[in-house]
Design a protein around this ligand. Structure first.
Ligand code: GAP
Length: 440
């Protein structure tokens, strides 16, 4: 089957749009930038919040069998020793003797050549490099005070399995979900926010009776693929790919990735893994706690198996942006439109007084006040109205509400649709109901 074509230009276009319109900024830019970390600006923070909110809604709010939690980011070495991260969470690294750069040896196109300076035969032998960041808790920087920044949110849920089981009175199958920052000292961060050293994950650990694990694994693979489709990602650009037996981690009996067709090719958005009883067993052995479920129906204790859908919030936001980006020619000029789903758009409504004239502004502010409690609204009174519509199109605002001089006579406004550019005249008293039908 032919691979769909990739578009390197789209990458630069999206990066440019993100920086120009305030989705994403380079971290510490006024000090020359801090490679591999990014700051989310006024629009980016809204988009990211919406992505996380939609994940939480579908994974926690809409399910009676999943509860949430928020574990600490700092944790003691014992956690990472038990999970295997201290020994195994490594990437193979090589140094270039010629230019001093470092690279992941498993990602080199030519294993002999440095990808930066091109010199051949100058790369060192690969060494294993642990990706966890460590620091010290308290004022004494000795090894007894060493702690780690979590490289995944998952372990916080495994070590709280017994607490959550007891407190929530759930029983398998049930899940614990969490959204939060994770940190990995990636050797080669890159592709904008795709691979960074600080990022946000959305993970859920679903604990099931062992004999139902395969079924639940299939369920979560389909459900997680569908989540991206329901939020409007182009079906041609997202797929579910099962790992081959040689790609599986030692504890996983099956893993599939949800992949997105990024401008550089298919790449991972999320992994769904059947982790068996590996995690609970490791933590039970190392901590001495019983991490089991007592089934009153059979009178037996068992260690639940875990199905884990693990997604990246920042990667998902980037994929939604790329998938939504569209251009068309209108009246001989290019119109850029982000066709974001209304649930993800940073603003759902923009309130625009036709001019800054004193008579229009109070009415426009009254309209803004009428809508702001229910929808995320922008308010903009600068520039010509056509240019303001284009600005809203470019950031994906589904509806613009314009207050004009006729409003002073008929107490009605013009509502313009982002996708069709069709305009409706709507009485202000009917406006909340009209918007509720289109932005439920
Ligand atoms: N608990 C399993 C786990 O953490 P993972 O595949 O290493 O699995 C899950 O991470 C997701 O987290 C990835 O699919 C990706 O979306 C996101 N992710 C991982 N490393 C990342 C990085 N350096 N930058 C941005 N997102 C990352």
């Amino acid at each position: 089957m032919a691979e769909p074509s990739t578009e390197p230009d789209l990458f630069d276009t999206i990066v440019n749009l993100c920086v120009r319109r305030g989705f994403v900024f380079r971290s510490a830019e006024i000090y020359g930038g801090f490679r591999s970390a990014y700051d989310y600006g006024p629009l980016g923070v809204l988009l990211l919040r919406n992505v996380k909110e939609q994940w939480w809604r579908s994974m926690v709010q809409m399910r009676h069998d999943v509860v949430g939690m928020d574990a600490s980011i700092l944790s003691p070495p014992a956690v990472w020793e038990a999970s295997g991260h201290l020994d195994n969470f490594t990437d193979p690294m090589v140094d270039c003797r010629s230019c001093g750069t470092r690279h992941r040896s498993d990602k080199l196109e030519d294993p002999e050549a440095c990808p930066d300076c091109g010199e051949r035969g100058q790369l060192t032998e690969p060494r294993q490099f642990n990706l966890m960041f460590s620091t010290h808790a308290g004022p004494v920087a000795d090894s007894a005070a060493q702690v780690y920044l979590r490289p995944e949110t998952a372990q916080g849920m495994f070590i709280n399995f017994a607490n959550v089981l007891r407190a929530s009175r759930k029983r398998p199958p049930f899940g614990i979900a969490q959204i939060g920052k994770s940190f990995r000292n990636e050797i080669t961060p890159g592709n904008f926010v795709f691979r960074t050293r600080e990022f946000e994950q959305m993970e859920m650990e679903y604990f099931v009776p062992p004999d139902t694990a395969d079924e639940w694994y299939e369920h979560w693979c389909q459900a997680r693929h569908q989540w991206y489709l329901d939020l409007g990602i182009n079906p041609e650009s997202v797929r579910l790919q099962a790992h081959g037996a040689d790609e599986l981690s030692h504890y996983s009996s099956a893993t599939s990735d949800v992949e997105f067709l990024f401008p550089w090719g298919w790449d991972e958005l999320e992994g769904i893994a059947n982790r068996g009883d590996y995690d609970l067993r490791c933590h039970a052995e190392h901590s001495g706690e019983r991490l089991e479920y007592f089934d009153p129906a059979t009178g037996e204790h068992y260690v639940p198996h875990v199905i884990e859908p693990a997604a990246g919030a920042t990667r998902a936001a980037m994929a939604f942006l790329m998938s939504a980006y569209d251009t068309e020619v209108v009246n001989d000029a290019e119109r850029v439109v982000l066709r974001l789903d209304r649930r993800l758009a940073p603003y759902q409504v923009a309130v625009l007084p036709l001019s800054r004239k004193d008579v229009l502004v109070p009415v426009a502010q009254r309209v803004f006040d009428l809508l702001k409690g229910r929808w995320s609204c922008d308010y903009d009174e600068t520039q010509a109205i056509g240019r303001r519509y284009r600005r809203q199109d470019e950031i994906g605002t589904p509806l613009c509400v314009t207050v004009d001089f006729d409003t002073l006579e008929d107490d009605a406004v013009t509502v313009r649709d982002r996708d069709t550019m069709a305009q409706d005249r709507v009485g202000i008293d009917r406006l909340p109901g009209y918007l509720a039908e289109r932005l439920p």
